[in-house]
Design a protein. Structure first.
Length: 185
């Protein structure tokens, strides 16, 4: 029991992190299984991500179009008449947002600070994910010989690097305020 008492903060973090992650992942899977509609293919979130990615690519000056895939649950993005990229459920950043959210809630502070940071973090992750998809699509169009590196290494490192940076900033901010409170006592 002494080891549990000594590591209470670590145990609390792990239980909270994995508990939140599990609950949110289960809810997301329920959404994926029952939240589909005829209007939004393959489901609402991925459909919106595809539309916003298409708009951003167009803003970069490329003629682009998205269409639902006939082969799998995805939206295909085409540039200048050539369909290059599939946006599947895993591209919509929801899993990354769940990971981010679980960590922040495990290190939560007061409600207002935590809620504002979560909201800001989700907006940043979502927006950068749209940028990631747009740049990846353009990259595959412009330099197709580097598709594997861009899709498998560069862009995942980018999005997870952003999450890691957001975690780092939260911990740094969290620890500063915790240490300040301890110093004031």
């Amino acid at each position: 029991m002494e080891i549990i008492r000594k590591n209470k903060a670590v145990i609390k973090f792990l239980v909270t992190f994995f508990g939140v992650y599990l609950v949110l992942s289960l809810l997301y899977n329920l959404y994926l299984n029952y939240g589909t509609s005829e209007k939004y293919y393959p489901e609402l979130i991925t459909h919106i991500v595809a539309l916003q990615s298409e708009n951003l690519i167009s803003a970069f000056g490329y003629e682009t179009k998205i269409i639902p895939s006939n082969y799998d649950a995805s939206m295909r993005i085409g540039l200048n008449g050539e369909y290059l990229v599939r946006i599947v459920e895993g591209c919509n950043a929801v899993s990354v947002i769940i990971l981010f959210l679980s960590f922040i809630l495990a290190f939560r502070r007061d409600f207002k600070t935590t809620a504002l940071y979560i909201f800001g973090g989700i907006v940043i992750i979502y927006a950068l994910n749209i940028l990631r998809i747009a740049l990846l699509t353009i990259g595959i169009y412009e330099i197709p010989e580097h598709e594997s590196f861009m899709h498998g290494t560069l862009f995942p490192a980018f999005i997870y690097g952003v999450v890691f940076l957001l975690w780092f900033l939260w911990i740094r901010n969290f620890n500063k305020k915790e240490n300040k409170a301890a110093d004031d006592e």
